[in-house]
Design a protein around this ligand. Structure first.
Ligand code: SOE
Length: 403
């Protein structure tokens, strides 16, 4: 039940007694976004369990203490192992680089902790398969897991899925997906873990291409079955970062090799016969976080750009041709997914709200004893597409996606 427009954040129920004790591993960009979500979700949504921000774990004692104070966590641990071992932790939220996901997630699941794992699920199909098996084993004893593809929970993306599922676009012929950033187009932008294969698994492909693959499959309800791709690294050596650099860090002394792709493009076939064209790049000068999706069907189309994230463009091909055309839907009505809990119509929301909606759905599923989505199996499917694109680029061939 969501708030009425004249009482933003109003709640039908009362605060629950039962708590969900959360421990988060990692406290950089994603840790900050997840902290905001755990803190804010119970203030705007009726939740059956009250999230408690019990602990944050990080290897640097000073850094993790400062993060706990800044982001609002009750205690700190200097290892993920110590966090996972705590009896007072019900859920482990993994916000670390991809090379650490499998070890932490499998240990947490085997310790009976629910798990939220940032995307992409893993750095390889093998790791993703092991994590999916562990999640399915844990689910048998009521332990829940979710992979953090938050853009599914942007209201306009959820609305696009609803319209397609209702048949408003008819038979889907085309899916066009781009994820465009430009934060490393400067060759002097320093190296970061996102540019190192042993930590990130891949570059633009896995970091942002994973999002657009998940969104495309989510809104169409369809699955990519084969791909033909090309990866490119435009700048293959960069200055090493100063010790405290972040996503847009400052350069230190010395230089290091870039071992991942700067950009990826690929064609895709969907199970339904629809055709896909995808692009993920960190070299689209001027595009900061432009996730662009367009889906064309026999009866109509939708188009979305995250840089205008509260709007969905919709073309209804069944309308009178004299007045038909793409309409600009401002996705802020109480009838739209998630929006009713926030502000009156027209008062837009932002990047952090996808993370908050993710927490809301995760907590509700845990309380209801149901499996949250996206599941690890959904994350494994994305991982298989990523791996197929890499193999296709290496071998100059189309690659089938194994089911
Ligand atoms: C960097 O490309 C990044 O932080 C991604 O890792 C996130 O998943 C995306 O939401 C924003 O950009």
């Amino acid at each position: 039940m969501t708030a009425t427009p004249d009482s933003p954040g109003a709640r039908a129920g009362t605060a629950p007694d039962a708590e969900l004790s959360v421990g988060m591993v990692g406290y950089a960009f994603m840790g900050a976004a997840h902290s905001q979500a755990w803190r804010t979700a119970p203030r705007f949504f009726d939740l059956p369990l009250r999230p408690r921000m019990s602990a944050v774990a990080g290897r640097d004692p000073q850094g993790v203490k400062a993060a706990a104070d800044r982001l609002g966590w009750d205690s700190v641990e200097t290892s993920w192992q110590a966090l996972v071992a705590r009896d007072d932790i019900d859920l482990v939220d993994v916000c670390t680089p991809g090379h650490t996901h499998a070890e932490i997630v499998i240990a947490a699941l085997e310790a009976g902790k629910h798990v939220l794992c940032e995307k992409p699920l893993a750095n390889s199909v093998e790791e993703a398969e092991a994590m999916t098996r562990a999640a399915e084993r844990a689910a048998a004893s009521g332990v829940r897991s979710m992979v953090g593809f938050t853009y599914r929970r942007v209201p306009a993306i959820s609305l696009a899925r609803q319209l397609i599922a209702e048949g408003r676009l008819g038979t889907i012929h085309h899916v066009r997906g781009q994820y465009l950033q430009d934060w490393i187009v400067d060759p002097d932008a320093p190296l970061s873990w996102r540019l190192e294969k042993d930590k990130a698994g891949s570059g633009s492909l896995g970091d942002i291409g994973a999002h657009v693959i998940d969104i495309a499959q989510f809104i169409t309800g369809d699955t990519i079955t084969r791909v033909s791709g090309r990866l490119r690294t435009f700048v293959d050596e960069r200055p090493l970062p100063s010790e405290h650099s972040g996503l847009s860090g400052t350069a230190g002394s010395g230089r290091g090799k870039v071992t991942v792709d700067d950009a990826a493009t690929f064609l895709a076939d969907f199970g339904s016969g629809a055709m896909g064209v995808f692009e993920a790049t960190r070299f689209a000068s001027g595009r900061k976080n432009a996730i662009r999706i367009e889906v064309n069907g026999s009866l109509g189309s939708i188009a979305f750009d995250f840089e205008d994230m509260n709007v969905l463009h919709f073309f209804d091909g069944t309308e009178d041709a004299r007045t038909a055309g793409f309409r600009r839907i401002l996705v802020t009505e109480p009838q739209h997914p998630y929006v009713g809990a926030w502000w009156p119509a027209g008062h837009v929301i932002g990047y952090e709200h996808g993370f908050i909606h993710q927490v809301v759905d995760l907590v509700r599923d845990i309380a209801a004893g149901s499996d949250p989505t996206p599941t690890f199996a959904d994350g494994l499917q994305v991982q298989r597409v990523l791996a197929a694109v890499e193999t296709s680029s290496d071998t100059n061939s189309w690659q089938e996606i194994p089911t």
